[in-house]
Ligand binder design. Structure first.
Ligand code: ATP
Ligand code: MG
Length: 596
């Protein structure tokens, strides 16, 4: 492709809403342009990178026996009602009516549509396994679209769905996809970690996320400093480096004491001399599933206690509650909301800061970190009073003891003696073992050999295609621009023609351009009538892996310059050797990328 004949542009400055380098660079390099929040036009260069990634995905999935299909983007409401997700997904689904008043949504994910597709034809165990995938535009009405293609409203996803007659088969399909994803991200040369994750509202149990490591990542990961264990902080088990039990002391009699103006754990710790980690804090959440404004007596709420369905949550003073773990412990679809101060007062009789579990008639969820404490201090449910020498079992009952706190750096790894360190990641892929959640809800069943009827075992597997392209840039750039990994670079080679109005230079460039193309490389040529400085800046910004400078001065010595974008290393090469040298560099880079 020649610049003089293409619609390509670069910008000096990034727009104010571009907060992270990859977003700024994509806009400046003309890869994307915003149409509305979270909605972009992909320019030709971005589309080339996307198509290359898609090719890698297709090759790896086809190799593993997956089959490509294409499902619609517009889904009838009835299918989503069958699984209950029409309401569960809330405003995340963009819903609308057609001229006949029929309700539809734009596809945010395709479990419903694919299950409907196969339930008509999979009748027997002999019709499985099957694994269908598509590469398609999804729409999610994200609350806060940001970071360009990282969190868009409209974005490209590869989604795949597996169908097996039993859990063993489904887990085999899961492993196959897990391996396929490794092969895909390895070929891209990305630095990534595979982490344990929360199943979210897709449902299901076993799940891993593929996280590209980058400071700008929205996900917080806990990674073992010794073994390969890694988990999203949302689910990372919290295990102390040493037991927390506060000695062998016997149970002392419970006592009330005055604590005027001691509302925070910090203040209480200072006044009592008890370290924060030995204090117990009590928080209150609404365990009803309704939306917040419908919660108090509205339709969404649960009837008890005025629709609040309150629960108390106990944690060590130095720990933070983990909303995802709490959601899972409570068996909820969405993370529970904190009660307001007024609601706490209604439930306990005291304002927050003076509340505790003793005497409450609501469920008490206790973090495992509290379970081994004895003779501890909690609020008395009486303003400006606390209780000391409180003990579990004797003074109050815990409805459930579970790990509901945030893991911390230094916590013990659940797999070995190592400790957690913290990293940031961009979730580019996700594999789920779904079990029979969708097939049961939608009546997708089959006959076993013995003639009995069973729901199909499913898995679902996503890759954020557009997000991955940006994640690659987030990992591979410098102050001057993008440094594309060769696997998805829009072009392998960028020829800068320094004097395009010099016929000898232009002719030499044309020959190199043609011969490199004939070697199977994607070649881009900047043949604009522009100053060299402008062209060099643009070449750095666009970031193709190999650049060739061809100009009159070099050609006088029969030479051209060959530059590696990533290292900026430059060498002079004889014109007649240039094609061979560049082709072999590209081969080397492809090999190194696949090994990285
Ligand atoms: P997130 O936690 O980032 O919102 P998710 O877990 O809801 O994502 P999945 O349902 O697992 O997303 O979707 C599969 C893949 O699609 C994700 O791993 C991610 O790479 C991509 N993806 C999801 N939401 C977006 C989005 N808003 N913009 C771009 N890519 C997305
Ligand atoms: Mg996910």
């Amino acid at each position: 492709m020649k610049w003089s004949k293409s619609y390509l542009y670069t910008l000096k400055d990034a727009p104010a809403d571009a907060e992270i380098p990859s977003h700024q660079l994509m806009v400046r390099a003309g890869l994307i342009r915003k149409v509305a929040p979270g909605i972009y036009t992909y320019g030709n260069l971005a589309l080339r990178a996307i198509r290359k990634l898609e090719t890698i995905i297709r090759e790896e999935l086809d190799k593993r026996g997956c089959q490509e299909v294409l499902m619609p983007m517009v889904h009838p409401a009835e299918l989503w009602r069958e699984t209950g997700r029409w309401s569960e997904m809330g405003d995340g689904l963009l819903k609308f009516e057609n001229r006949n008043g029929h309700e539809f949504c734009l596809g945010a994910t395709h479990e419903e549509v694919v299950t409907d597709y196969i339930r008509k034809d999979i009748k027997s165990y002999r019709d499985m396994p099957a694994n269908l995938y598509q590469i398609q535009t999804k729409y999610r009405d994200e609350i806060r679209p940001r970071f360009g293609l990282m969190r868009g409203r409209e974005f490209i996803m590869k989604d795949a769905y597996s169908f097996d007659p039993d859990p063993a088969g489904a887990l085999k399909s899961y492993d196959l996809m897990y391996d396929g994803y490794k092969a895909i991200f390895d070929r891209l040369g990305l630095r990534y970690r595979i982490v344990e994750a929360d199943a979210g509202n897709i449902g299901g149990s076993k799940t891993h996320e593929f996280q590209v490591l980058a400071e700008a990542g929205e996900d917080h990961l806990m990674v073992c400093d010794t073994c390969d264990f890694a988990a999203n902080i949302e689910v990372a088990p919290a295990l102390d480096e040493a037991p927390r039990a506060s000695g062998e002391a016997g149970l002392k009699p419970m006592e009330e004491f005055a604590t005027p103006n001691l509302k925070s754990i910090g203040a209480l710790s200072k006044a009592t001399g008890v370290p924060e980690r030995e204090l117990v804090k009590t928080m209150f959440f609404a365990a009803g599933e309704g939306p917040r404004d419908g919660r108090l007596g509205g339709d969404g709420g649960v009837p008890e206690s005025g629709g609040l369905s309150p629960v108390a949550v106990l944690l060590r003073g130095s720990d933070e509650v983990n909303p995802i773990k709490l959601k899972n412990a409570l068996g909820l679809v969405n993370s529970p909301l904190l009660l307001t101060e007024k609601e706490v007062k209604e439930v306990t009789g005291a304002w927050p800061g003076s509340c505790g579990p003793v005497g409450l008639d609501i469920p008490v969820y206790m973090d495992t970190g509290v379970a081994d404490l004895k003779n501890f201090i909690v609020g008395a449910n009486k303003d400006a009073f606390h209780l000391k020498n409180v003990n579990i079992g004797r003074d109050f009952k815990a409805t459930k003891i579970a790990d509901i706190r945030m893991a911390k750096v230094g916590d013990k790894c659940p797999k070995c003696d190592g400790a957690y360190k913290s990293m940031r990641g961009i979730e580019v892929g996700h594999v789920f073992y779904l079990g029979a959640t969708y097939s049961k809800a939608m009546g997708a069943t089959f006959l076993k050999e013995d003639g009995s009827n069973h729901p199909i075992e499913m898995g679902c597997y996503g890759i954020g295609v557009s997000r991955t392209v940006q994640a690659a840039i987030e990992q591979a750039h410098d102050k001057d621009g993008i440094a594309w990994p060769i696997g998805i670079a829009p072009f392998h080679v960028h020829i800068v023609v320094l004097d395009p109005d010099n016929p000898e230079v232009l002719q030499s460039a044309e020959i190199v351009y043609r011969d490199l193309g004939a070697r199977g490389l994607d070649v881009f040529m900047d043949d604009r009538v522009e100053r060299p400085g402008v062209k060099f800046k643009d070449a750095d910004l666009l970031g193709m892996p190999i650049r060739i400078n061809i100009g009159g001065r070099g050609l006088a010595n029969g030479e051209v310059e060959v530059i590696t974008r990533k290292t900026k290393e430059m060498r002079k090469v004889k014109l007649e050797d240039a094609v061979e040298a560049v082709a072999s560099m590209a081969t080397q880079m492809k090999k190194a990328g696949a090994r990285a």
